[in-house]
Design a protein around this ligand. Structure first.
Ligand code: FES
Length: 153
């Protein structure tokens, strides 16, 4: 079961109404909507634009600029794999190849309800390769560990 609420335009409108009207609110509003619904629904762009009196194009630009915004419901499980320098030095790219072998291309579309996404440093460099899964840090990740994570273990 998803941890996110089902998109509800009326509820989203009420959520935005309590956040002020300044143009500096675009980013926090989008973040709040994504936190609530798991992604930025297409209708949310117009709601945010109206709430702060900017164009839909400007809001859409913010959504597409920031990699963390999703425009579709998130997969059931997201594995965020660190590919920064320290983790590269201890083999994270082999895990990228392993993910592809498992049918889940890193930064590609979800497969089987699983997505593997690139992140750059999780602050767990001493225990690399590192990943973040469901808010939990995973260290010393190897191919067996990645297979288990993809399988949902
Ligand atoms: S470089 Fe991977 S956790 Fe810091």
């Amino acid at each position: 079961m998803s941890a996110f609420a089902v998109w509800d335009e009326g509820e989203a409108r009420a959520l935005l109404a309590g956040m002020g009207r300044g143009q500096d609110k675009v980013l926090p509003m989008l973040q709040a909507l994504q936190a609530r619904y798991g992604f930025v629904h297409a209708a949310a762009v117009g709601l945010v634009a109206a709430a702060v009196n900017v164009s839909r194009a400007e809001v859409h630009g913010v959504v597409t600029f920031y990699h963390d915004f999703r425009t579709a419901p998130p997969p059931a499980r997201v594995i965020r794999l660190c590919r920064a320098e320290a983790c590269q030095a201890v083999g994270c790219e082999a895990l990228v190849a392993e993910a592809a072998r498992l049918g889940v291309a890193v930064d590609g579309p979800p497969a089987g309800g699983v997505a593997v996404e690139t992140v750059y440093c999780l602050g767990n460099c001493a225990l690399g390769p590192a990943a973040l899964v469901g808010g939990e840090l995973v260290g010393l990740l190897d191919a067996d560990g990645l297979r288990a994570l993809v399988a949902g273990a």
